[in-house]
Design a protein around this ligand. Structure first.
Ligand SMILES: C[S@@+](CC[C@H](N)C(=O)[O-])C[C@H]1O[C@@H](n2cnc3c(N)ncnc32)[C@H](O)[C@@H]1O
Length: 296
């Protein structure tokens, strides 16, 4: 039976739904979005050895579940649209052994949803606390696990993307070289040819696929709102800078950005600040209520 979900809140740019993504996929709202979404940007619940508060799945079940959802969500993308999925590392229970499930899941998304992997990124969080605690802090036999995997997929090898929209400020050394306009041209041992173009002022450096953003205090307004409403703050929020990077890189103004596992709605908030439209889906009532605080 076809049904319509009502948004819990709306802004000029977006709509927030309190629903599991599975239910949303069956709704009229989902049908209405088919082929219209420019970017799906999401951090799904991570695979864990023991389930977390918000009901993470375990093992093969996780891999099949998430890749199946991504297969359905793919039908929402415009022909040149992108899907960006962020998943952290996981560890086997009771032994100092990393689980390969996050990587297997990312590959299964490519296979089951028949998508191309455009590029892999690493989000390095320098503020991450040392962990897994038993192996890192207590037994001292592993090092701190501080990055997550961010995979960018699309239906075509040429999705919409423009790295001139995400340039980072030049470092001092490069600024000096640009001023001097003098550099040893020629072939490097790596085979790279350094030609005249190297000293062209391009308004910034092209970033690498290792993205270093601290998860910091940028969400004070959100935290104050959660306290006022007496709801839990989301424990696994993405940094706004990470979201900003992919929205600027892969979309233009007025694009539609969907986050099917929206949490505190970092994606919607950043999308709106950048003049994009957003759709947010989150199954926890409490997190939806908290996320409203991002727009106060
Ligand atoms: C890692 S968090 C996302 C955090 C978010 N990126 C942010 O910055 O706040 C994953 C979220 O997915 C939600 N979730 C889990 N299963 C879900 C489902 N089947 N449908 C919709 N949301 C789900 C969880 O409640 C959790 O808030």
């Amino acid at each position: 039976m076809v049904f319509i979900l009502k948004p819990v809140y709306k802004t000029k740019f977006g709509e927030a739904y309190n629903s599991s993504i599975e239910k949303f996929i069956e709704s009229e709202n989902f049908e209405n979005l088919r082929g219209k979404v420019d970017l799906i940007l999401t951090s799904p619940p991570y695979p864990l050895v023991s389930p977390k508060a918000y009901g993470n799945r375990v093992g093969e079940d996780y891999k099949n579940w998430l890749s199946g959802i991504m297969k359905d969500l793919k039908t929402l993308l415009k022909p040149k649209g992108s899907l960006v999925v962020e998943i952290g590392n996981a560890w086997e229970k009771g032994i100092p052994k990393m689980s390969t499930l996050p990587l297997e899941t990312l590959i299964e998304i490519k296979n089951k949803a028949d998508l191309l992997v455009c590029q892999q990124f690493i989000w390095n969080n320098p503020n991450k606390l040392p962990g897994p605690a038993t192996w890192v802090n207590i037994k001292r036999i592993r090092v701190k696990d501080s990055f997550t995997h961010v995979w960018w997929y699309s239906k075509t090898p040429n999705p919409k993307s423009d790295n001139s929209k995400i340039l980072t400020p030049y470092k001092d050394g490069m600024k000096k070289l640009l001023e001097r306009q003098d550099y040893n041209r020629g072939v490097r041992p790596s085979g790279h040819l350094i030609g005249d173009g190297f000293l062209t002022e391009n308004k910034g450096s092209i970033p690498s696929n290792v993205l270093t953003f601290a998860n910091s205090l940028e969400t004070k307004k959100y935290r104050d709102w959660c306290k006022k409403m007496d709801v839990d703050q989301h424990p696994a929020r993405m940094p706004e800078k990470l979201v900003e990077f992919f929205i600027n890189f892969l979309t233009s103004k007025n694009a539609i950005v969907l986050d099917p596992f929206g949490g505190s709605n970092t994606t919607g908030k950043v999308a709106q600040d950048l003049g994009r439209r957003w759709v947010y889906v989150e199954q926890s009532k409490e997190y939806v209520l908290g996320s409203k605080g991002r727009f106060k």
